[in-house]
Design a protein around this ligand. Structure first.
Ligand SMILES: *[C@@H]1O[C@H](CO)[C@@H](O)[C@H](O)[C@H]1NC(C)=O
Ligand SMILES: *[C@@H]1O[C@H](CO)[C@@H](O)[C@H](O)[C@H]1NC(C)=O
Ligand SMILES: *[C@@H]1O[C@H](CO)[C@@H](O)[C@H](O)[C@H]1NC(C)=O
Ligand SMILES: *[C@@H]1O[C@H](CO)[C@@H](O)[C@H](O)[C@H]1NC(C)=O
Length: 113
């Protein structure tokens, strides 16, 4: 390899190493789960409330969204947003009962339409 190529290869390698480290840093278990949030999401099929915990000083709401035919994506809803608040309220009202969670989802679907 000529010298410039070697330098470039080294640079790329170094960049990759940094990237891997950053990436792993995000996977440290006690951290907030949401890198970013959206205010609104259509077609929510499921949700998960992540309570405040050590390492994450806020309650997070992760929703599963149906897209297209048969696939879903997950997004975090802005916990200060109207939609997230409605879910939090409903979730509290059901005493955080997993088996009644769908009632919150059904209810939101109806009011959205
Ligand atoms: C939401 O679901 C409806 C019915 O399945 C679909 O027609 C619509 O395209 C979906 N909206 C989005 C943004 O995916
Ligand atoms: C959804 O599924 C139908 C039937 O399986 C197919 O014809 C259509 O192209 C699909 N649409 C998308 C957006 O994948
Ligand atoms: C939808 O996705 C599930 C899980 O990936 C798969 O088992 C199922 O066959 C898919 N259905 C259609 C209509 O593509
Ligand atoms: C959750 O809800 C189901 C169905 O309403 C009920 O049978 C069950 O006892 C509830 N569980 C708790 C822990 O409240």
């Amino acid at each position: 390899m000529s010298d410039p190529v070697r330098k470039l290869a080294f640079l790329l390698f170094a960049l990759a190493a940094v990237w891997v480290q950053l990436h792993q840093a995000q996977n440290i278990p006690i951290r907030c789960s949401c890198p970013g949030t959206v205010k609104f999401a259509p077609n929510i099929t499921d949700f998960e409330v992540k309570e405040r915990r050590s390492g994450c000083d806020k309650t997070e709401l992760i929703v599963t969204i149906a897209v297209g035919n048969n696939s879903t994506i997950q997004r975090c809803l802005d916990p200060m947003g109207k939609l997230a608040k409605a879910y939090f309220r409903c979730w509290e009202n059901k005493n955080k009962n997993e088996s009644r969670k769908h009632e919150c989802i059904e209810r939101k679907k109806k009011t959205d339409q």
